[in-house]
Design a protein around this ligand. Structure first.
Ligand SMILES: [Zn+2]
Length: 463
């Protein structure tokens, strides 16, 4: 019995340990007394980087890198360098070699992102997959995640990517050859409407630079007399736990799609269009980041929505969640969901087919506001899940699929079928009335015949 209790207690402790958020720790990278920081404004010269949506990455990175340089220069005991200060071509190996020439403690490469699908949004940090640079990058990256979250950005995590020769990204690979930890900071996506407001002015780009400087100051535990700040305690005890000899499991590239994605219909209101699905999904290797949904059986999808309660800093997400969609009037939807993991791989759910068309009156104003809106809600623990105001919270969708012409004709088709059904019922009722009349008539005749027969018999007796 005692053995069992000890075993159970050990299990509970292990379980509690696994459930706890990432333990805080001190910085594991050792540095010189005066810390040398190299900032690399990504791209330059012929290499413009991302050119999307009227943005030009090579000039954006310069604005941010300069602001980061200015801010970091206000700290004590630091030496700060830029790999380039003008619009020139500079090889990735040359950037790493420059960092080595000034004996850098860390190389920060500044970037802005765009995706082929133009669907991605959020902030991420790429780090080396190899010890000890992986752990150094991870400890810095998690600080940067918190800084970006405080600015209001969606988080896409601290990640690694392998190529044929080691780390996929050249700046990280060449820096590692020089024994210098390096990370790529991808601030946000210039081609996606969620992120554009964060980067569409010089002030915004400079704000990113100052934010990056704050992360660096926290990571290294810098002090600044000029700014009146001291992050030495932060660096000594607030960083994510990591070991220099071991790759941080959470940074491992997930190369498989999410393991589970299933939906069940919980509630459909054909008078309002509000429809709630329970979505059950999981990724055993990384975590879930976004979901999207289709109303046409998977032909077109909504923009990606943040996965319910996904927290990249804690590494957690909700694996069973209620999601409420607003089905536009006139639709007979075939609903499919997609669950996306940290590496943008997705798994599609089963399809929920509706046999009935949603038909409800929408006022002029309501049509715009209500159609296609999706509201994410917490399961069970939230009682406000059906409040319509939820749909105006961040993370809601404005997906409004265009109706194909046949589908728009649906309401009329349904009106005529309704008339036909009414007609059939009326004919049926009439037939019923006629039939009952005939039955009643025949009974009456029978009774009369019987009476006549009885009368005859009486007559005979009396005779
Ligand atoms: Zn770039």
């Amino acid at each position: 019995m005692r053995k069992f209790i000890t075993y159970a207690a050990a299990c509970i402790l292990l379980w509690a340990g696994a459930c706890l958020p990432v333990r805080a720790d001190g910085r594991i990278q050792e540095t010189q007394d005066v810390i040398t920081i190299v900032i690399d404004p990504g791209h330059g010269g012929e290499n413009e980087g991302t050119i999307e949506n009227g943005f030009q990455e090579k000039s954006m990175t310069m604005v941010t890198a300069r602001a980061m340089y200015e801010e970091l220069s206000k700290y004590d005991n630091v030496e700060v360098y830029l790999t380039r200060t003008t619009d020139v071509d500079l090889g990735l190996d040359e950037r790493a070699a420059f960092a080595a020439s000034v004996d850098a403690d860390f190389l920060f490469s500044i970037h802005y992102n765009a995706s082929l699908s133009h669907e991605l949004y959020g902030s991420e940090v790429w780090v080396s997959a190899f010890a000890p640079y992986n752990a150094y990058g991870y400890q810095f990256g998690m600080v940067q995640m918190e800084t970006m979250r405080d600015m209001g950005l969606f988080l896409r995590g601290v990640k690694t990517r392998l190529g044929d020769n080691g780390d996929y990204y050249g700046i990280i690979r060449f820096a590692r050859e020089q024994e210098i930890p390096a990370v790529i900071i991808e601030h946000c996506h210039v081609d996606e409407e969620t992120d554009v407001p964060f980067c569409d002015s010089t002030e915004d780009l400079e704000a990113f630079g100052r934010a990056d400087a704050l992360s660096v100051a926290k990571y290294f535990g810098l002090k600044s007399e000029e700014l009146g700040v001291d992050y030495s305690a932060y660096s000594a005890g607030e960083l994510a736990a990591a070991s220099p000899n071991q790759k941080v499991a959470r940074t491992t590239a997930d190369q498989t799609e999410p393991d589970i994605c299933q939906i069940t219909l919980k509630d459909a209101n054909f008078n309002t269009g509000e429809t709630t699905f329970e979505i059950t999904a999981a990724d055993y290797d990384s975590m879930l980041l976004y979901y999207s949904y289709s109303l046409d059986g998977g032909e077109t999808y909504s923009p990606r929505q943040p996965w319910p309660n996904c927290d990249v800093v804690e590494g957690t997400y909700q694996d069973i969640a209620d999601v409420t969609l607003q089905i536009p009037s006139g639709r007979q939807p075939h609903v499919v969901f997609r669950a996306y993991n940290l590496y943008d791989l997705y798994t599609e759910s089963n399809t929920v087919d509706f046999l009935q068309t949603f038909l409800y009156a929408e006022t002029e104003g309501d049509v715009e506001a209500a159609a296609g809106e999706a509201a994410m809600e917490k399961t069970a623990d939230s009682e406000e899940t059906t409040e319509p105001s939820e749909s105006s919270l961040p993370g809601t969708s404005t997906f409004r699929p265009e109706l194909p012409e046949e589908e728009q004709a649906n309401p009329q088709v349904d009106f005529f079928s309704f008339l036909a059904v009414c007609l059939v019922i009326v004919v049926f009722l009439l037939a019923l009335v006629v039939l009952s009349q005939m039955i009643a008539d025949s009974r009456r005749k029978k009774r009369r015949r019987q009476r006549r027969r009885q009368d005859g018999e009486t007559d005979q007796r009396h005779r």
